[in-house]
Design a protein around this ligand. Structure first.
Ligand code: PLP
Length: 403
């Protein structure tokens, strides 16, 4: 006879999902009501306006797609790309590769701009690709590459796209809530994220936002969007403001309660404070790891605070460290992907999980495990280095970051 499933209490410090706030879990356990119930519709409107706050946009077409980040990615591509189009796809990790797949499946031609994994997208290479392909209508890239922990300069890349008459699609799955992203000020045309990273919510929802220029392109398409479910012309009828809501699909009611709660928490904290918290905890983790003699894959100026790619030192068994963290401390961290498999650990400090307690806990556990493997380190140095960061406070952190 199958039994109820009771997962253990883990601390999720990998590339996502990250720890979910108990407030979010409690909100999700509230009574399910109908998805066209006037009270639920009011809540949907609040979710939309809180997503506008998180994305820093006035875009009317801002909503959570009822599926994970990959569906947000697909929503952007199937709506903006038509068969026969040329799309410039920048790749500096795993997720640019998925964008290429999306472009091909839309019947369009991807032109790849490749950068080394661990480096940001090179704006000059994008500029060259656009010069070589004046027929391109769209540029796509990932702001926060979860596979490497590198951040690309979204503002600069969008500006280049626009100067070359292209719309810009930006992947903000790991970026949103953890690091600045300014949809309106930077002129992003299509952006998608995920609920399970820096928003402290459960996986399964993908906030998206589309500019007026993107909406105009969608309205003027010559081919029907090949996905019925993700066709924004239809989804708009369900999520549109003021208009009478038309049934499109049954919204994941309780999941949306969870997202609503996580966005309430983001507003309570203030998004700038959330960015500063991610930066502070990253700095403490970084100094602690460096005090153990560990180093980072990504150069400091391109490093994401919410995803730390740490090199596995010579002689240390990468998988054994991860397994010991999980088995002995119930802490999850991530492995390297593709060419970085076996070479890095990916330590996430995302959303609710980005806190001082987790930084100290991880440093102490890593120190014990590495020492147990015979790796030479000075006991206690990591915690003391982290403690110095917390003692210094944010003003000193800002001054140090600004040189
Ligand atoms: C940068 C990036 N894009 C897209 C995705 C896909 O999101 P999901 O796994 O929620 O479908 C992820 C997931 O980790 C991601 O990190």
């Amino acid at each position: 006879m199958p039994q109820s499933f009771h997962p253990p209490q883990r601390t999720l410090l990998g590339p996502g999902p990250s720890d979910v706030s108990p407030r979010v879990l409690e909100a999700m356990a509230r009574p399910t009501i109908g998805h066209l119930d006037p009270l639920f519709v009011d809540m949907m409107d609040e979710v939309k306006s809180m997503l506008q706050y998180a994305f820093r946009t006035q875009n009317a077409l801002t909503l959570p797609v009822s599926a994970p980040g990959s569906a947000g990615m697909e929503t952007a591509f199937v709506n903006l790309v038509e068969p026969g189009d040329t799309v410039i796809v920048c790749q500096n990790g795993v997720f640019g590769g998925r964008m290429k797949e999306n472009v091909e499946r839309c019947g369009a031609t991807p032109v790849m701009v490749e950068d080394e994994w661990g480096k940001p997208v090179d704006p000059d290479k994008l500029e060259d690709a656009l010069k070589a392909h004046p027929e391109a209508r769209t540029v796509a890239f990932v702001q926060a590459e979860t596979s490497t922990g590198a951040e690309s300069d979204t503002r600069a890349l969008v500006e280049i796209a626009h100067r070359n008459d292209c719309l810009a699609i930006v992947d903000a799955v790991t970026a949103l809530g953890g690091t600045p992203i300014e949809v309106d000020a930077w002129g992003i045309d299509a952006v998608y994220s995920g609920s399970q990273k820096c928003l402290s919510c459960t996986p399964g929802l993908s906030p998206v936002s589309f500019s007026d220029a993107a909406v105009e392109r969608i309205r003027n398409r010559t081919h029907k969007v090949q996905s019925w479910f993700l066709d924004l012309n239809l989804v708009m009828g369900y999520w549109g403001k003021g208009a009478k809501r038309a049934y499109h699909h049954t919204a994941p009611i309780n999941a949306l309660y969870g997202l609503h709660e996580s966005l309430v928490m983001l507003q309570e904290e203030g998004i700038e404070n959330a960015w500063a918290r991610h930066q502070r905890n990253h700095a403490a983790l970084r100094d602690g790891l460096e005090a153990m003699g560990l180093s980072f894959l990504v150069a400091s100026e391109y490093r994401l605070p919410q995803l730390n790619a740490v090199r596995v030192p010579e002689g240390v068994d990468e998988a054994a460290v991860r397994n010991a963290l999980l088995d002995d401390y119930s802490i999850e961290i991530g492995a390297g992907l593709g060419p970085l498999a076996g070479q890095i650990w990916r330590i996430g400090l995302m959303g609710h999980a980005s806190n001082m307690r987790n930084v100290y806990m991880l440093l102490a556990a890593m120190e014990n495990i590495l020492a147990g493997q015979g790796y030479a380190l000075e006991r206690g140095a990591a915690l003391s280095a982290a403690q110095k960061v917390y003692a210094a406070g944010d003003e000193d952190l800002k001054a140090a970051a600004n040189g």
